[in-house]
Write a protein that binds this ligand. Structure first.
Ligand SMILES: Cc1ncc(COP(=O)(O)O)c(C=O)c1O
Length: 405
């Protein structure tokens, strides 16, 4: 008999030695108290901490209107959706949400999935299979879900250097204009917070007769006049053929979607495995996501406060000499370097300062680029911001002293 457990443990020991073993930080993020949360350090002990790394960028998961919509829909529809979309799992809120997302992106149609991951995986694998000789050109920094979908499809793919339009053009120009192609990118890259060169990508897609697919997961709610993403902010919605997004970050709920022409959405609906063979998002969550989208179309208060806080955070980091990656987005990356050191750094922040930042390790970032990813929200105060900047300064300086000694 093979010793399966020993084999698993060998891999886990290696992961621990590399400092890349994932340890969760269990939290209670209570309504009305965010960004404070209770950290359940062990079974019978809790400590109050400040959360600095949530993707609930606008704290919409606690928005009173959204929570009310969720509660009322749960009273009305119950908990589960009851099935896959095709077999008893399409509820009325699913139709409303899909209509809303199509309208938001100025597209004919949209389709919701159980997560953003499932949306990318299902849509890209189906699109890869749509034509016998399809080639997908994918940015090197695309998310795991896009890579997974592209690999799963039967078409060819080529990876172009991150945001390198010359490299993309060198690759794409080799194919005949009549051959089907798709360019897949991310509007706001989640780790370093840089933007895709969307104008150039639209031009290249047009020039080489390619479909353009943009993941807007980290832009929805925060960018664009109605929270309608970076493509809307740049007025490029009609040049981007397929927009993918989710409800789990800026919108504070769960689920993913794609929006595009009536034909492409119907095609994805009919062929994407991760759409067809899974239970749909529960109606109450769907209703909450809809409320959140509609709320952020009308209200700019949260966006304005977020952007004010982003500027204050960047100023404070500069003031306290904390180096961070330059970008124009809401994501603030501080490279720490070294998985074990990054882990210790975050442990100390949590235990000594009550600051929760999660270490970001390989393979999410390249080895040696281990980092903390700070995501400020409208709820963080000036006092919290300077507390964070001071704590980072103290810990980073301690390390510099150690290195110098
Ligand atoms: C760029 C990007 N796309 C897609 C996803 C997947 O979205 P979801 O968390 O809804 O599955 C993520 C998730 O973290 C992401 O960062």
């Amino acid at each position: 008999m093979l010793n399966y457990n020993q084999a698993f443990n060998t891999q886990l020991v290696k992961l621990k030695e590399d400092g890349r073993y994932r340890e969760f930080v269990p939290l209670s993020r209570m309504m009305g108290d965010f960004p404070h949360a209770l950290w359940h350090c062990n079974e019978d002990q809790q400590k109050e901490v400040i959360v600095w790394c949530t993707n609930d960028y606008l704290n919409m998961s606690h928005n009173k209107q959204v929570v009310r919509a969720f509660q009322e829909a749960a009273q009305y529809y119950g908990v589960g959706s009851g099935g896959t979309r095709n077999i008893a799992g399409t509820s009325y809120p699913h139709l409303l949400l899909e209509k809303e997302m199509a309208d938001l992106h100025k597209k004919d149609a949209s389709l919701t999935f159980s997560s953003g991951y499932a949306a990318n995986e299902g849509a890209l694998s189906a699109l890869s299979n749509a034509f016998k000789d399809m080639t997908i050109f994918s940015d090197a920094k695309n998310h795991a879900s896009m890579i997974q979908g592209i690999r799963e499809g039967k078409g060819k793919y080529q990876i172009f250097k991150h945001n390198d339009m010359d490299h993309l053009e060198t690759l794409i120009q080799d194919l005949p204009l009549t051959q089907p192609k798709l360019i897949a990118v991310t509007s706001v890259y989640p780790m370093l917070g840089d933007f895709a060169k969307l104008e150039d990508l639209c031009d290249l897609a047009e020039k080489y007769n390619a479909l353009l697919y943009v993941d807007e997961v980290h832009a929805m709610g925060m960018y664009g006049p109605e929270g309608d993403g970076l493509t809307a902010q740049l007025n490029l919605q009609d040049k981007v053929h397929i927009i993918q997004g989710n409800f789990a970050k800026g919108y504070g709920a769960i689920g993913g979607y794609v929006a595009g022409s009536a034909s492409v959405i119907d095609y994805i609906r009919s062929f994407a495995s991760s759409f067809i063979f899974t239970t749909s998002i529960p109606p109450a969550t769907t209703q909450a996501a809809l409320e959140s989208v509609q709320y952020l179309r009308k209200s700019s208060v949260e966006r304005e406060k977020l952007w004010q806080n982003v500027a204050l955070l960047k100023d404070a980091l500069r003031h306290y000499n904390v180096p961070f990656v330059k970008n124009d987005s809401h994501i603030v990356a501080v490279i720490i370097g070294g998985a074990s050191y990054c882990k210790q750094f975050c442990d100390r922040l949590l235990i000594e300062y009550g600051i929760y930042l999660q270490p970001i390790n390989y393979p999410t970032v390249p080895l040696g680029q281990e980092m903390v990813r700070i995501t400020i929200t409208p709820e963080h105060t000036l006092e919290m911001i300077s507390g964070l900047a001071q704590a980072l300064n103290e810990l980073l300086n301690e390390n510099t002293k150690l290195e110098a000694a």
